[in-house]
Design a protein around this ligand. Sequence first.
Ligand code: PMP
Length: 453
Amino acid sequence: SVVNEMPRTVRTAEELAEIDRRVLVHPHHHGSRQERITIVRGDGCSVWDAKGVELLDVMGAGNWVAQVGHGRRELADAAARQMSTLEYYTSFDIFANDQSITLAQRLVDLAPDGLDRVFFTNGGSESVETAFKFARLYHHHRGEPDRTWFISRNLAYHGCTFASGTATGFPGIHEGIGPEFPNVARVSTPHPYRAPDLCPGRDLTDFLIEELTATIERIGPGNVAAMIGEPVMGGAGILIPPADYWPRVRELLSRHGILLIADEVVTGFGRTGAWYDSADRGMRADVVVVAKGLTSGYAPLGAVLVSDAIAETIAGRDTYLFHGHTYSGHATACAVAHANLDLLEQEGLVERSRTIGTWLSEALALLADLPIVGEVRVAGATVGVELVADRETREPLMADWVTVALRNDHRVAAREYGNTLVMAPPLVISRPEIDRAAQALADVLRRRPAGRS
Ligand code: PMP
């Protein structure tokens, strides 16, 4: 087994867990959770832990990635080929490599009109940081240096570095780290199911546009650099805005010269059934950030797409762009992304994502009569099941126990965000695997532990 191939000093799953507890600081970890799970292998939609237990991965390697599934030889071969040809050379200043150049062209070809240039990063947070700096630089070079404010939304997830983390709209992320990135304002979440709590008796989009207008006026329209938003909010629990939300936001921002940044880290590359989800929702974003599905998680890579006009303004003839990462345009990561896009294209996985959405809707019809299911929201190959203690009051019912029961009792690996259980499976998942996950979820929810709230 894989464990036996490890160095002689590391043999058992128990030993690994013990060392893990001793030396590893887990990202996004709740200290009181003592259990450790060591994942050692993956194939298709399955992963195996160090004890040999197989889990059905319906959460894209636990983190919204794994578009093409686990263990794909094509991506491993692409990495090996590239590493033995040119693993890496800097992309600073006049340099680039054949992989980053051709990948940039490919991303632009797939992108909505008006996104013509690509800047590479190592992931989502770095892409958001870059987008923020590009937005400020753009206004600065155009003689509007006061445009330093950003508008984000409650329950948004944009990353965990200082600027991206400030834009993230989960309260806990802001605690204990002192002064954050300045000049970020957050507005309400477009959450149709919870609109009766936010704006009783009112049209949700009308309310949100009024709030956004008031926010821009309070800051001063000439002080706002950009608004950032996920087209469909992932970490908030698959929140799909009303159809008129993005077109009206776009129109308002344009009127005030404010840029719109689409955070497609989750939604990009087929997750919701499109190469770029923002194109279908009327966002007409000035800047698009991507990561995750760009490599299906086989290598860390992110990208920021901008218009010719923005690129010319911040990195034109007479401007020095003092921004870039050692691994911007990493040749091996870009070669892996190429192989990933090849598979997405050859296997029609972006279209398949919509089929998976239909399967999810059909299979999860099982949940319709369960009193703790408030709403089931499907967007392509991703679903959020929002749990409530009471359907009348919509009082949230935390979903952590569901994730644990799915894993322990059914060997299904999903994830919860507050009171929403989320699935975002590999785009190669089969109908029987979807049915299995749906039946497991129905079983767990029917056995709701007494006294949970
Ligand atoms: N934006 C969105 C929408 C995300 O979901 C995430 C990560 N889940 C990020 C940005 C941050 O990406 P990373 O973790 O790669 O820094």
